[in-house]
Ligand binder design. Structure first.
Ligand code: HEM
Length: 228
């Protein structure tokens, strides 16, 4: 690892630099998810979507949010491109794992980082296409966000769209469970006292956030099927 660092004058082009970038962009994305979830929980309000539509209108028209959106897209791009490069380099250098460099055997969850990451990427493309692009490109001004979400989770793909979200959230949980604690390790933030706490927090986060997101399509489907 340090060998590669010494070879390149640009720290971000080294394997250590890439690990830092992966960790920092990952932590940045980890901070985005609770904010996104908090807004989406307005979908549970029984007000015909009024609160969610007001929130969505603010999100899609505020200049500050636009700036944050660019940062978010950059965060995703860095994380995805860096993840692909790291996975390819690790494959070429097996059995050295991306976390260690010490020849450690990969942990159970770390093995799933690349496959779950790729599926979450596919999920994101589908997600942004059916919500963001639908409103900003395909049907500008014609739709309300609540109606788009409701139709998507009730009817899209014959109802399967909602269950695809639930499956994607299960994979997101796997990805976050390892990613959360691994980010701290990659940044060298190891501490006898705090590392177990970080692991516990990571576990809690990786369950609570995907469960919160998954509850939304489940709610819309069950209500549509008149189960609730
Ligand atoms: C039930 C779950 C979810 C719902 C109802 C939902 C809803 C939405 C909506 C309505 C938008 C469009 C916002 C706009 O264009 O102004 C959006 C955008 C977005 N969502 Fe989600 N989302 C969900 C889960 C997720 C998850 C799990 C992720 C990440 C893994 C995610 C990442 C994004 C991103 C990156 C954008 C584009 C950024 C933006 O336009 O502000 N979403 N989501």
């Amino acid at each position: 690892m340090s060998q590669t660092t010494a070879q390149s004058p640009f720290v971000l082009a080294t394997s250590l630099g890439r690990k830092y970038l992966m960790a920092l962009s990952g932590l940045f994305l980890i901070s985005f998810l609770p904010v996104h979830l908090a807004g989406n929980l307005l979908l549970f309000k029984s007000d015909g979507g009024a609160a969610f539509d007001a929130y969505s209108l603010f999100m899609s028209t505020s200049a500050l949010i636009r700036v944050l959106e660019v940062t978010l897209v950059l965060g995703f791009l860095v994380h995805i491109v860096d993840g692909i490069i790291l996975t390819m380099k690790n494959k070429a250098a097996r059995p050295i794992g991306y976390k260690g460099g010490s020849g450690k055997v990969q942990s159970f969850f770390s093995k799933f980082m690349a496959p779950t990451g790729m599926i979450i990427l596919i999920y994101l493309i589908i997600h942004i296409n059916s919500f963001t692009l639908k409103h900003r490109i395909y049907e500008v001004g014609n739709l309300k966000f609540y109606d788009t979400v409701k139709t998507a989770f009730e009817l899209q793909w014959g109802g399967f769209y909602a269950w695809f979200y639930v499956l994607a959230m299960l994979l997101l949980a796997f990805h976050l469970n390892h990613g959360f604690q691994s980010a701290f390790q990659s940044l060298g933030l190891n501490h006898k006292k705090y590392t177990p706490l970080i692991k516990k927090l990571g576990l809690l986060y990786s369950i609570a956030i995907p469960v919160g997101f998954a509850a939304i399509p489940i709610f819309f489907q069950l209500r549509y099927l008149r189960v609730i």
